[in-house]
Design a protein around this ligand. Structure first.
Ligand SMILES: Nc1ncnc2c1ncn2[C@@H]1O[C@H](COP(=O)(O)OP(=O)(O)OP(=O)(O)O)[C@@H](O)[C@H]1O
Length: 293
């Protein structure tokens, strides 16, 4: 199957910085693909090259198997930052202005329903809450009924409830068959929305795949965590233990034998937690960074 969009060995150099350093991805039609990475990893630069906004220093972007061209912009939606909104414009005016930039149009009423904008159409865009603003920016990204939509950290700065509501919207967008390419710092967001993710650091992909498969490949079934003060004095830590942020982490394929062993050596189990490894753990293991939350 031909990828809807493909990056082939993309490189983007700035003076003294290799922002993107030989990055290749393929995104299939209908897929939600996530680029995850710490600040400065090169996610935005990659997205802008895929959007056709930035020219790669080398490498190629293919849309439906052909070099990305100007006309492909009709088939692509971009969720801009709030700075793209004009002062003194209402939500309805803003939608109309962006719609006028395209030949292709989504059904206006359906878009307003999908993004829950019906009650705020006459509101000045400067008066919107964070969640309302993101819903308007999503509607703008969908105004040309795109086959592919780019979302660059769409829920950064939203409160947890608005973030969850926004995830519901993205899921509806996907059900309509739209392909989604998203960057995010929120691992829960990536796990919930993305079919596949690429973890990027210093302009390169470290790993790529389905979140659950990546986690399974790198971790045992469970992680047991306890405060390092709970470890009995004079007992050496097993070599597989990881110590960070005042906690000891022990991998465990099976939890019960591990707990029994901890009890035998006299560890204090009162604050012990059993965790299922997630993308956050994978990210930390691969990059040594925690993500901004
Ligand atoms: N216009 C520019 N001129 C010079 N350097 C740049 C420019 N844009 C980005 N960079 C540098 O390129 C690298 C990648 O930046 P980019 O914004 O793509 O990262 P990011 O992963 O999107 O980070 P963030 O999550 O902080 O937005 C960084 O070192 C950044 O400082």
């Amino acid at each position: 199957m031909t990828a809807l969009i493909e990056a082939r060995n993309l490189v983007r150099l700035y003076p003294g910085v290799r922002a993107v350093d030989g990055l290749s991805i393929q995104v299939a039609p209908g897929e939600c693909f996530g680029l995850l990475g710490p600040n400065g990893a090169g996610k935005t630069t990659t997205l802008e090259m895929l959007e056709g906004i930035q020219t790669p220093t080398s490498g190629q972007v293919l849309f439906k198997g052909r070099p990305l061209g100007r006309d492909d912009r009709e088939s692509i939606g971009i969720q801009f930052q709030a700075t793209a909104l004009q002062d003194f414009q209402t939500v309805a005016e803003s939608l109309a202005m962006f719609a006028s930039l395209y030949r292709r149009h989504a059904d206006r009423d359906e878009l307003i329903r999908l993004c829950h904008l019906g009650d705020i159409l006459d509101r000045d865009t400067r008066k919107l809450s964070g969640g309302q603003r993101q819903r308007l920016l999503l509607a703008i990204a969908l105004v040309n009924d795109p086959e592919l939509v780019f979302l660059d950290e769409p829920t950064t700065g939203l409160d947890p409830q608005s973030r969850r509501n926004f995830w519901g919207l993205i899921e509806q967008v996907r059900r309509r068959g739209t392909t989604v390419l998203i960057t995010t710092h929120y691992m829960e967001e990536a796990e919930r929305l993305c079919d596949r993710v690429a973890i990027v650091d210093q302009g390169r992909i470290l790993v790529e795949g389905r979140p659950e498969a990546l986690i399974r490949d790198q971790f045992p079934a469970r992680l047991i965590r306890l405060p390092d003060s709970a470890w009995p004095a004079g007992v050496p830590l097993p070599p597989e233990a990881l110590v960070r942020n005042g906690e000891i982490e022990l991998p465990a394929e099976e939890v019960t034998p591990r707990l029994e062993a901890l009890e035998r050596i006299g560890a204090d189990l009162s604050a012990l937690r059993v965790a299922t490894p997630n993308l956050e753990d994978l990210f930390l293991k691969l990059t040594g960074h925690t993500l901004r939350t």
